[in-house]
Design a protein around this ligand. Structure first.
Ligand SMILES: Cc1ncc(COP(=O)(O)O)c(C=O)c1O
Length: 397
């Protein structure tokens, strides 16, 4: 079977409108950050209710900019869930911070306030300045990263309480969470609207796809001004519309700006997002209906609040096949699946550099051995979902 025939697990939903928008920018002669990027930021703010939005070239760049905003450095440590994409941890190491991995909740796969509190209490101590110090490394605990995995919001009330208690900043990795909502003690909020910092991804597989790209939303206007400079070499003022050659650099920054071609695609995708989301939710509902009775636990249970970025299931121990056997059997039948995610402590670099031990992550380990993500994207025909469920029924029933 060639690659073309095999059903992918994710596919961007791009069409004539996106092609027209990109062509318009190419014909305009202004390709880099300009009017499209500014318009995309305004529209993103309007859509999410975020006070500030900065378009960047990836979610990873957004996370790095957040670590600059918080002035994280080699004396600091950041709590990261054990199950996430590598970028969540990696971005904080750019400024020298230490990623401290914490086990996730066995059911939700998300960072859990009480597990995280247990981790802090067991591994850190308070110094006379009221800072929490990680005993083994001597680092100050400065922030925690809530990853809304699959577009399912973390317990933000619980994590915010924890952050207040331990003097931590809350950073939201919202790569999967556009659009997602959280309902807490103060009512419902869209992810990004109340966040101190949230980082979104527009990578090729994401709910809103521009190929590469991201958006950083934040509350503080002053911090936004500084990060706007840092995203483009630390240059004061925009390149677009600058009539004269003179500009100043206040501090070194990065080449993290978004180009107008991608912003134009993003604007179309944002307009189409509600319709694309409806399809994701409908397909997830079909999966739930048709997988009933099989030895699977659905982790990405469809809810109106979730972004339904993924459809991750956990294979129960009563199943006839192990996860790897199931993945292989689906693959040979033309169905690609994925795994979100390999726990970070399993990577050679993490094991060697930070000496993590699998035994410290019983939930992540149990999940890792049993999870897989089934194909889900707006253009996936419902008949194909039926076919996939039929194959699963044959293999597991
Ligand atoms: C949870 C999570 N965080 C961060 C990222 C990084 O996003 P980007 O590729 O836009 O840098 C990803 C990308 O897959 C992700 O899944």
């Amino acid at each position: 079977m060639n690659k073309k025939e095999r059903l992918p697990y994710a596919l961007p939903d791009l069409g004539d409108e996106e092609i027209k928008a990109a062509s318009r920018v190419i014909r305009s002669g202004w390709l880099t950050s300009g009017p499209e990027t500014s318009a995309f930021e305004e529209e993103f703010k309007h859509f999410t209710g975020a006070p500030q939005a900065l378009a960047v070239n990836s979610c990873t760049s957004a996370l790095h900019l957040i670590s600059r905003a918080l002035m994280l450095g080699p004396r600091d440590a950041v709590i990261v869930p054990a199950i996430t994409f590598i970028a969540t941890a990696e971005a904080f190491t750019y400024e020298g911070a230490l990623p401290l991995l914490v086990d996730v909740h066995r059911q939700t796969m998300l960072l859990d306030p009480s597990l995280t509190e247990g981790f802090i209490e067991n591994t850190c101590k308070k110094n006379k300045n009221g800072e929490w110090i990680h005993r083994a490394s001597g680092r100050r605990l400065r922030a925690l990263v809530a990853v809304h995995l699959g577009g399912r919001a973390c317990d933000l009330d619980g994590l915010r309480d924890l952050c207040r208690e331990y003097r931590l900043k809350l950073i939201e990795d919202a790569a999967h969470a556009l659009p997602a909502h959280y309902t807490g003690r103060h009512g419902q909020e869209m992810i990004g609207s109340k966040s101190e910092f949230a980082a979104f991804s527009f990578y090729a597989t994401k709910n809103l796809a521009t190929g590469e790209g991201g958006m950083l939303t934040l509350r503080d206007a002053g911090a936004a001004d500084r990060l706007r400079r840092l995203r483009l070499h630390g240059i004061l003022g925009q390149t677009y519309g600058r009539a004269r050659w003179r500009y100043d650099v206040l501090e070194f920054g990065y080449k993290y700006n978004m180009c107008d071609i991608l912003a134009a695609i993003g604007r179309v995708q944002l307009r189409r997002l509600p319709a694309m989301q409806k399809k994701r939710h409908r397909l997830a509902g079909e999966y739930v209906r048709m997988l009933q009775g099989l030895p699977l636990r659905i982790i990405d249970e469809p809810t109106p609040e979730g972004a339904q970025h993924l459809f991750t299931v956990e294979l129960l121990d009563s199943a006839k096949l192990h996860r790897d056997e199931l993945v292989e059997a689906l693959y040979t039948r033309g169905i690609a699946t994925s795994l979100h995610f390999i726990p970070l402590y399993r990577f050679t670099h993490f094991r060697k550099t930070y000496k993590y031990r699998m035994a410290d992550f019983p939930h992540a380990e149990a999940l890792f051995k049993r999870i897989l993500s089934l194909p889900l994207y707006p253009t996936l025909p419902p008949a194909t979902v039926k076919k996939i469920c039929g194959v699963l029924g044959d293999l597991l029933g």
